[in-house]
Ligand binder design. Structure first.
Ligand SMILES: [Zn+2]
Length: 416
């Protein structure tokens, strides 16, 4: 534990380092585009690494480029406490998503060191390699490989939009070693805490600077193809029609109805993509491709929603004599944050003199996967308008400093 009066968090330095990290971008500022293993991504990571080296931390990089920077504890054999996030950014993103959790973890370590705190357990800052799905279409490749949620063989099958394989891209970035070696042992960390902007409006609306995450929602994503029969819009008479778009329209409404039927505000389901073939004003649609994204913080309730959607699709297919193919693209279970860590964060907020609020995370993070190997929790800070993944993403120095203060107290408790 650490005396709060001696804990000096430098909000201006956090903002300055985030601003510098944002200069590593393919898009014109203030937009940030930093795609996995591109020269820009590697340069940004080198900058972060220089901050860790300046603290004299022991740095290890795994076979895909995830950085682990260790502040040794007095009992080196104890499992470390971890904190960190990602620095890759989707096209035209902002400077805070992920990066705040990285720079914030570094500042928490710096602030603890300035107080003279001596950890019993090691403390590690973790900079995940590949959180955003931009390059290979799968999010959290780093933490999935670390926790066994993605097999090395499945990773080897991945290709980017230019046909470059995961392995070729990895070698191109200078990362060597077996993909198998990325996997962490269960219990690799005594606890892991990720700091992040909320990416939603709740904390700002409440005027509360720190959120303690209780659960992380996860999507089931379906790729759906409706097969009907095309024909001339004038000649094909109504009794003979098997219109793929009319059937798809019923599917869209069934997706909405299935989420509403759960009765829980945390259940959401969306059709965000719909492609009609042949797409002619005078052609009866023969085929429709659409996507379904169903999310919840409760896995059983989300699965029940997906089951209702599948039932409805079977009904539509039978009634309208169309074929409906469903492919499951992702189906990760939601994660509950570790109750003990959640209580530690609540105590840390108390020590920091910061008002906090418990809430679920509706976006997913590397912390969706970390619970597979260690107790995990997250700290949120507000972002203006709830806006994220946009160049105008913004979090204030004061809120960011409050989040780091809570994180520092939590790390001190966990490492003592
Ligand atoms: Zn993020």
């Amino acid at each position: 534990m650490v005396d709060d009066a001696r804990l000096a968090i430098d909000g201006a330095r956090i903002e300055a380092e985030l601003a510098h990290l944002a200069t590593f971008t393919e898009a014109p500022p203030p937009a940030v585009t930093r795609v996995l293993w591109t020269p820009i991504d590697l340069a940004g990571r080198a900058f972060v690494r220089s901050l860790l080296e300046a603290e004299g931390l022991a740095i290890r990089t795994d076979a895909i480029g995830t950085i682990f920077a260790r502040w040794e504890g007095t009992i080196a054999a104890l499992a470390p406490v971890g904190s960190g996030s990602h620095v890759d950014a989707i096209p035209n993103a902002g400077r805070y998503d992920g990066c705040y959790g990285v720079i914030g973890a570094i500042e928490a370590v710096r602030a603890l060191r300035r107080t003279g705190f001596v950890p019993r357990r090691p403390i590690e800052v973790v900079i995940f390699a590949s959180e955003e799905p931009t390059r290979f279409g799968v999010g959290c490749v780093g933490s999935r490989l670390m926790t066994g949620a993605l097999s090395p063989d499945a990773a080897r099958q991945l290709r980017d939009a230019d046909g470059v394989s995961f392995e070729a891209a990895r070698a191109g970035a200078g990362h060597a070693g077996d993909l198998e070696s990325v996997r962490l042992a269960p219990g690799a960390y005594a606890g892991f805490v990720e700091l992040h902007i909320e990416q939603g409006p709740v904390l700002e609306r409440l005027g509360i600077p720190v959120g303690i995450v209780t659960a992380i929602a996860a999507p089931t994503t379906l790729r759906v193809t409706v097969h009907g029969e095309g024909g001339h819009a004038g000649a094909l008479l109504m009794p003979d029609r098997r219109d793929a778009l009319a059937a798809a329209a019923e599917v869209v409404l069934a997706v909405e109805a299935a989420a509403r039927a759960s009765g829980a505000a945390d259940t959401v389901a969306t059709v965000g993509q719909l492609a009609v073939f042949p797409g002619a004003v005078n052609g009866v649609p023969s085929r429709v491709d659409l996507s379904v994204d169903a999310r919840d913080v409760d896995g059983a309730r989300r699965d029940a929603t997906v089951a209702r959607i599948r039932d409805a699709m079977r009904g539509v297919a039978a009634r309208r004599q169309v074929g409906i193919d469903v492919e499951v693209v992702t189906d990760d279970p939601p994660a509950t944050m570790d109750p003990t860590l959640v209580e530690v964060l609540a105590m840390a907020a108390g020590e920091a003199g910061v008002v906090s609020h418990r809430l679920p995370s509706r976006a997913y993070h590397d912390s969706l996967f970390m619970p597979r190997v260690c107790p995990t929790a997250m700290v949120f800070v507000p972002c203006r308008g709830g806006v994220s993944h946009r160049p105008d993403e913004f979090a204030s120095e004061a809120d960011m400093a409050a989040g780091v203060r809570v994180l520092a107290h939590a790390l001190a408790r966990l490492a003592s």
